[in-house]
Design a protein around this ligand. Structure first.
Ligand SMILES: [Fe+2]
Ligand SMILES: [Fe+2]
Length: 162
């Protein structure tokens, strides 16, 4: 069975933050590569492992940006990252143990629909906040740092976050 990924990079996914945009493009490319190599565990597992490694780095990068710009470690954006990684790791363990691709086949469309929603809500709010405080990801400096009395941010900053 060959299920080609329907998710492709579009301008609507662009957040105008080069590091994050490039990472999201790579994530989409890896999902597409995986979707084209789901014929067997031998073909799918190495790509899935690369996707998992890439996702760990992707989320760690964003969480580093959060930490540098005043987010609390337990903010809801980071919690959503943790849930996604947990699910991806469970699928990896299952696939290795059972040599069964069904959970991976089910996860792929879930990730494809999750990414645009996550970008639109949580990553966009992060980039907005980074711009507000004048964060430079290259140097790690803030040109408009928040007042010291402000408490750490625990919401993702999106309108849907309580
Ligand atoms: Fe992201
Ligand atoms: Fe994110």
């Amino acid at each position: 069975m060959n299920t080609s990924s329907p998710l492709t990079w579009t301008d609507e996914l662009t957040l105008h933050q080069p590091q994050i945009d490039q990472t999201h493009q790579e994530f989409i490319d890896l999902m597409k590569e995986l979707s084209l190599n789901m014929q067997s565990c031998d073909s799918a597992l190495p790509i899935y492992q690369r996707l998992l490694d890439h996702t760990e780095a992707h989320f760690a990068m964003e969480e580093g940006f959060m930490a540098a710009t005043g987010f609390a470690p337990d903010n809801c954006h980071s919690k959503q990252h943790a849930m996604v990684l947990d699910l991806m790791r469970q699928v990896l363990v299952h696939t290795h143990a059972e040599q069964d691709l069904e959970p991976m086949r089910n996860l792929l469309p879930e990730l494809e629909s999750w990414l645009p929603a996550h970008v639109d809500m949580m990553d966009a709010a992060l980039v907005f906040h980074m711009n507000q405080v004048g964060f430079d990801p290259v140097t790690g400096t803030l040109s408009h740092p928040p007042a010291p009395a402000e408490t750490a941010i625990s919401s993702c900053g999106s309108a849907n976050c309580g």
